[in-house]
Design a binder for this molecule. Structure first.
Ligand SMILES: [Zn+2]
Ligand SMILES: [Zn+2]
Length: 266
């Protein structure tokens, strides 16, 4: 199996060594692993800056690849944090254009300049919240297209317990618009098992969204654990595979030098 969403010590919110992650992946029978370190402009947090040191990252990645590269295929990716501000969009476009990666996840961790993680959870109208979140991503993607998949597209469910079982109401219209844009741009989404370790205990996205994406013609989907520590590499994959199967997906996607490849799930 593959893990296309992993953070190591090159992400500000992880202290894990790349070597530990790779060894864990080999132990679990992983065939391909892609590091996706955080990079985000103007992340609104005092301590976490999410500014990736590309040169150091590349150097360590090459070193790790020279040690483990014959036992597992290793790739160097990035999780670009996206925000809808004009400056943030410009900087994101510039950064993606001037750095080489195998794979780019575009993830919205913020909503209107505030990070979701620290936002208060007393939001009464969850659907309205989803509308604003999906709309913000859609706005960014109208300008920024240098990415491969959208990360944890319903991240709101990870941090807000009220959102866990929320059935999308009016927000489904914006979500459809967003997915339509993604599909028509030949991009994809990911299935991310990291949310299972939060109180909300959801895979992102939930089955309703996976099904909607499939129905709309979405085929490109990567799989990732969003692990920030080695032991969570490729965790809860049986649940992810089950969800993919239920939604009708037969293939998962991997990337190398930004080119996609499809692999039969079973
Ligand atoms: Zn993320
Ligand atoms: Zn992540």
């Amino acid at each position: 199996m593959f893990d296309y969403h992993i953070h190591s010590e090159f992400s500000d919110d992880s202290t894990e060594k790349m070597s530990n992650i790779v060894e864990e992946a080999i132990k679990k029978g992983g065939k391909k692993l892609c590091f996706t370190e955080h990079m985000e402009f103007n992340y609104p947090h005092e301590e976490l800056k999410f500014e990736l040191n590309y040169d150091e990252y590349k150097k360590e990645f090459e070193r790790i690849k020279s040690i483990y590269g014959e036992r597992i295929d290793l790739y160097m990716g990035v999780e670009m944090g996206i925000q809808a501000g004009k400056r943030e969009i410009e900087e994101t476009i510039k950064y993606a254009d001037s750095h080489e990666f195998d794979f780019i996840i575009a993830s919205a961790h913020c909503l209107e300049g505030e990070d979701l993680y620290s936002m208060s959870s007393d939001t009464k109208n969850i659907d309205e919240f989803f509308i604003r979140y999906f709309y913000e991503m859609l706005n960014v993607f109208k300008h920024y297209s240098d990415y491969d998949v959208v990360g944890h597209i319903d991240l709101i469910r990870r941090y807000f317990l009220q959102a866990q079982d929320h059935k999308l109401g009016k927000s489904q219209d914006v979500l459809r618009e967003l997915l339509c844009h993604v599909i028509n741009s030949d991009k994809g989404i990911e299935i991310n098992t990291g949310g299972l370790f939060y109180k909300s205990a959801n895979i992102n996205p939930t089955l309703d969204i996976l099904k909607l994406y499939k129905e709309m013609g979405g085929e490109i989907i990567t799989i990732g654990s969003d692990a920030h520590i080695a032991e969570r590499v490729m965790s809860n994959y049986s649940k992810a595979i089950e969800a993919l199967d239920t939604a009708g997906f037969k293939y998962v996607t991997t990337y190398s030098q930004r080119k996609k490849e499809f692999h039969k799930i079973k």
